[in-house]
Design a protein around this ligand. Structure first.
Ligand SMILES: Nc1nc2c(ncn2[C@@H]2O[C@H](COP(=O)(O)OP(=O)(O)OP(=O)(O)O)[C@@H](O)[C@H]2O)c(=O)[nH]1
Ligand SMILES: [Mg+2]
Length: 177
């Protein structure tokens, strides 16, 4: 992949906002594979991704971003290794209103350990409007315990600016910014 063609992968738990984030910023109609959820549907979450999301975004600097989203559900995790191939960076979205957001983060850091070591990652914490805790300091404390230096930002996946900001932070780490 050329240096001005950058594949990024969004991952994170179910409902964290991967599909929403890609739709918020994509300049093409997103390709997604969402289906109605068989169980656990809530008022604002009727669908879940079974294979992938795909969108594109061209930055002012001319770089073209190819944005892939993974399914959140563990039972579709065979897609994760497929989707990271050729990827240059990882965006981990964590729903702060879940039962154990730091535990969720731990699982994604484990599952994508090698990819993160080879590339780089940023963490976006969503739903902080509904659930302000754990706060950022708790995330940083956890990362420190694991010996990881990754930036953490509270974001709203529905907000284009906040998703773009997260991506800019990742590109800066990857030295494309
Ligand atoms: N209140 C609030 N809602 C949010 C925020 N970010 C995303 N959402 C909502 O949360 C839901 C996220 O759903 P999806 O984008 O389908 O989540 P996903 O991560 O793709 O989920 P799976 O594909 O099932 O793994 C949507 O209804 C969003 O509108 C946020 O920061 N605050
Ligand atoms: Mg999705």
């Amino acid at each position: 992949m050329r240096k001005d063609q950058i594949k990024l992968v969004f991952t994170g738990n179910m409902g964290a906002g991967k599909t929403t984030a890609i739709a918020s910023i994509s300049e093409i109609p997103v390709i997604n594979t969402d289906v109605l959820m068989s169980s656990g549907a809530s008022a604002d979450k009727e669908r879940t991704t079974v294979a992938m999301d795909y969108g594109e975004l061209t930055l002012g600097s001319g770089e073209k971003l190819f944005l892939y989203g993974t399914p959140g559900q563990q039972r579709f995790d065979y897609m994760w290794q497929i989707l990271i191939q050729g990827g240059l960076g990882l965006i981990i979205l964590i729903d702060n209103s879940g039962d154990d957001p730091i535990g969720d983060l731990a699982r994604y850091l484990d599952s994508f350990h090698d990819f993160i070591q080879e590339t780089g990652a940023v963490i976006g914490v969503t739903h902080t409007d509904d659930a302000p805790r754990p706060d950022l300091q708790m995330y940083y404390h956890y990362l420190q315990e694991r010996g990881l230096q990754l930036p953490v930002f509270p974001i709203d996946a529905r907000s284009r600016e906040s998703v773009v900001m997260l991506i800019q932070a990742l590109l800066a780490i990857l030295e494309y910014g």
